[in-house]
Every structure is written in C-alpha cells, then in structure tokens.
Design a protein. Structure first.
Length: 524
C-alpha cells in the first residue's frame, strides 16, 4: 500500500489518497468473481501523486484477461467529476467539455424527463451548449488509438429553452463530413441519437458536427455525449478444466509463485513458470501440455488434481519430498507420455497399468522404497521400466499363467484349504510337481496375503520355496514346491500320515533358524 504525497492531496478525491502498487513481478492481477451471462461495468482508476517519492510517473499495459486493453500512464491530476452514482444508475463519470470561446451555455430549472434508455442523470441534462455563432456548426472531436478502431457515439439533445411560435431548432448530425443522422428536432422530453452499427474514423480522428438545416431559425444544441469504442479480444482464455485443475494443484501444494497469477497460458510472455501450453489453434482455448514442478519443495502425496489436466503430455515432479504410492490414474491420462518421479520418498508397488502402458517413459529412480514387479529388493537400474522389458515380462507372465491353468484343469486335485483359498496339485512342464494356492474371490485377506508372501518370502531348507506367481487382475495364485509327505505344521504337531513324531530339539532348531532368517536384512 502507498499514499500520495501531501502536496498532491488537493488534486485527488480523498478515496484516491491511498493506493496499491506492485513493486515485484512482471504481471500483477486482480481476480473478479463474475456470474456467466451477467453484464458488468469494470472501472479502474490509476493515480500517481509521487507516492514513492521518485517523481517518475509509471507507464504499463492493462490487460482484461489475456487481451490487451490499453496502455496506462498514471496521471497526477483528476478532472472535476459530475454525475456519478447514485445520480447515475450506471455509475458513469460525466466530464464538462465546454468550449468558452465557441459555445454558449444554457441551463434550466425545469424537470427533465430522463426516464429513457441509458438513463442520463438529470443534473447533466439540465445543462447544454449552442454555438456562439448562430450559423456555425457545433463540433466535437476525439481521437482513437488505431485508424481502424470502431466506435459508437451516443448524443443527448434536450430542448432547454422555451421556443417562440416562429422559432425552429433543427439540425443534422455529420461524422467526419458524412451524413450520420437527421433532421433532429429537440424536445423537452429529450432526443437521444445513436447508431446500431459501429462507425470508423479517418486517420484515427473523429469529428462530430451538428449542422443547422436551412429552415432552422436557431442553432444546434447539445447536452451530453458518450463514445464507446469496440475492442477486439481475439485471444481465448485457457481451457476451463485445465485452469481449474492447475489451480487445484496450486492449492494442494500451497504454491505461492509470483508468476502464477491470471491466466496460466496467455498472454504467452506471461505464462506460468513451469507450464508449457498448446496455443497453435486460435479458434480453440489454449491447453496445458507440460507441468514441471521439479525442485519445488513439494511434500505429501501426488496430487489427484493432476488427472484433471486432460491434455497433459509431460509431468516432472522430480527432486521433491513426495511420499505415498504411485497413483494408478497416471496410466489413465491418455496424452501423457513422460512421467519423471525420480528422487522423492515414494513407496510401494509401481502400478501394473503404468509398467505396461505403451509409449510411456517412466522414471522413479532415487525412490528407495519403490517396489518393482521383480520383487522387494531392487536396484536403481531396475526402477526405470522400459516399455520393451515390460512387454516381455507381460508375455512371460501370460505364458506361465496359461501353463498353470492348463495343468490345474488336468489335475483338479485339491490338496489343502486356507484363508487365502484352495491349494491344488499341479505340475510344470509335465514333470515337476507344484502346489498352487489360488485366491478365492470370497477371501477377505487374499490380496493382502498375496502381497505379503511376495515381499517377505522366507528362504529356508525346512520351508517350501516360492516357484512363481500369477497376477492377472482378479486372478491371483502363488506357486510353491510340492512336499508329498505333508507340511511342516503336520510334522511339528505329530499329526503326519505315517505318525512320525519330531523331536523337540529339531522343532526348536527350525523355529530359531526361521526367526533368524526373517530378521536378516534384505541384501540387493
């Protein structure tokens, strides 16, 4: 916040003494909440008043959304203001432009009928001007920034004088020498003139002339006028879904980058840091195609809002402190072909849908707790998952699954039952017998036990070894060595088929060695 210098306070209304200025960043924005389909009047007032004691008037461009509005030079004075709300229903400013050397002022105390379109304030309509020379034209001039600028003039003509029986006031309206409207005969109820089609002025200079007709005995009269210029806003704003998505990402990670203001993609020279957008087609809104938040100090999990960036092609969240798992939704983003999650604190399994997605470059190197499909202990080289290797692994898994199902169908022999599901006797390559634990769809612990078996599998001479596994959607199976003489539990409990009783010494030895195996570190 700033305040105008005391020596300039008399030049400004009191509300303008305090002002907001922006010493940082190339773009600073105000967000205005609006309702679709509603019309709004936007007014911005800029003053200087030497608030920074540098005595240098700033100049800057003013944008409305992604489109340039005008260039601003903050003036150090404000002209007299008349007619603002509540006197004007549309909160317009009305400025006196009376030319003392050419015009004669006219005023009235009569009540004017201002209840017509555009509702000009009564206090403005009680004043008017006519040419000092009764036979001269009444001229109004203004300039526009570009010669091609189109404009709409609105002119108000109330008759403020009581005319005699032989008096006539009649005139035509000309714009840059061309007939625009007429003849005009003002009345006490006020005449308003405007053109429904825009007008264009030669060389950027507009001249409106009120010209007396031959039969008129009185000069033209004018009470007030407004001029509206047409502004082209060719640049579309960024796709709404992308804007909502990136703002949710911003809120999730509490990102307070000074460049993250206004429209994320446009104007191009002010696009948000870390974003790349597709603006190739001016007929469609720009879209976000790349998001780079590497080395941004991010914490927490990977934001779900990222999936709302439907056009995203590249995502870089590397070198942060993100935790939790790699979300499945990343594989569902159709345009995404590069994901860099390296050097974070992510953990858990790499989703199968990501591993198998064709054309996807995926990097989770530098996340020590990430688990690949190969097992719980993996090297950094194993973490980067090329699509070609994923295809080979998938093909082998399908082949093993087909063989297992084939032999299960042939054997159909159930050799056990547990919380995971039924255990079948099978064979591999028609020779080696195996025990196959198949997940029951009614099991409440099957999926959890399946993951635990793969992560914490203990290798011991008294325990059957894990030969392989099947992971195909809802079809889960663990394949073990087959022990024809029963399991360890039966031998330790003395309930074997041949009534063999194990000594307590052997029981304690097995238990001790198994515990030691469980507590030993996992070595890569």
């Amino acid at each position: 916040m700033g305040r105008v210098d005391k020596e300039f306070e008399s030049d400004y209304p009191r509300p303008c003494w305090n002002l907001r200025f922006f010493p940082e960043g190339e773009r600073n924005c105000y967000n205005i909440n609006v309702t679709k389909g509603t019309k709004y009047l936007i007014r911005a007032t800029f003053v200087y008043g030497n608030y920074d004691r540098s005595n240098i008037i700033p100049t800057f461009d003013l944008y409305l959304g992604p489109n340039i509005w005008t260039k601003v030079e903050a003036n150090d004075t404000i002209k007299e203001i008349r007619g603002r709300y509540p006197y004007d229903l549309y909160d317009r400013f009305w400025f006196p432009v009376f030319n003392e050397s050419l015009w004669i002022p006219i005023t009235t105390n009569l009540s004017e009928n201002t209840g017509i379109a555009y509702n000009p304030p009564e206090r403005v309509m009680k004043t008017a001007a006519t040419p000092l020379d009764a036979n001269a034209t009444l001229d109004i001039e203004w300039t526009v920034e570009s010669p091609t600028t189109q404009c709409y003039p609105y002119l108000y003509f109330p008759e403020l004088q009581t005319l005699q029986a032989n008096d006539t006031r009649e005139f035509n309206l000309m714009l840059n020498g061309a007939f625009l409207y007429g003849p005009i005969l003002p009345t006490l109820d006020m005449e308003i003139v405007y053109d429904k089609l825009p007008n264009q002025c030669t060389d950027g200079k507009c001249v409106l002339q009120l010209t007396k007709t031959p039969r008129s005995t009185l000069p033209p009269i004018l009470s007030a006028y407004e001029v509206y210029t047409v502004m082209d806003f060719p640049q579309l704003e960024t796709n709404d879904d992308d804007v909502n998505g990136i703002r949710e990402v911003q809120d999730t990670y509490d990102l307070r980058r000074i460049t993250w203001q206004g429209d994320p993609c446009v104007p191009n020279q002010f696009s948000w840091e870390g974003l790349k957008c597709n603006q190739s087609d001016n007929s469609t809104p720009p879209t976000i195609i790349s998001l780079d938040l590497s080395s941004s100090g991010l914490t927490g999990v990977i934001a779900e809002a990222i999936q709302n960036l439907a056009h995203l092609q590249q995502l870089d969240l590397s070198n942060n402190s993100l935790s939790g798992g790699v979300p499945d939704f990343l594989a569902d983003m159709k345009s995404l072909f590069l994901i860099n999650l390296s050097d974070n604190n992510l953990s858990g399994w790499v989703p199968k849908t990501i591993v198998e997605k064709k054309g996807l470059k995926f990097n989770v190197e530098g996340n020590p707790h990430i688990i690949s499909k190969s097992g719980p202990c993996v090297s950094k080289e194993d973490i980067v998952v090329p699509v070609s290797i994923a295809v080979v692994v998938t093909s082998l898994a399908l082949l093993v699954t087909a063989l297992v199902i084939f032999f299960l169908c042939r054997q159909k022999r159930v050799i056990g039952e547990g919380g995971f599901g039924s255990v079948y006797l099978g064979s591999v390559n028609g020779a080696e017998q195996v025990a196959v634990k198949v997940l029951s769809h009614s099991s409440s612990q099957g999926d959890r036990e399946f993951r635990a078996e793969l992560l914490l599998r203990v290798h011991h001479k008294n325990l059957v070894g894990l030969v392989g596994y099947c992971d195909e959607g809802e079809n889960l199976a663990l394949i073990y060595e087959y022990m024809a003489n029963g399991d360890l539990k039966e031998h330790m409990s003395g309930r074997t088929r041949n009534n063999f009783i194990m000594s307590w010494e052997n029981r304690l030895k097995i238990a001790t060695e198994t515990a030691q195996e469980i507590l030993s570190p996992c070595v890569d």
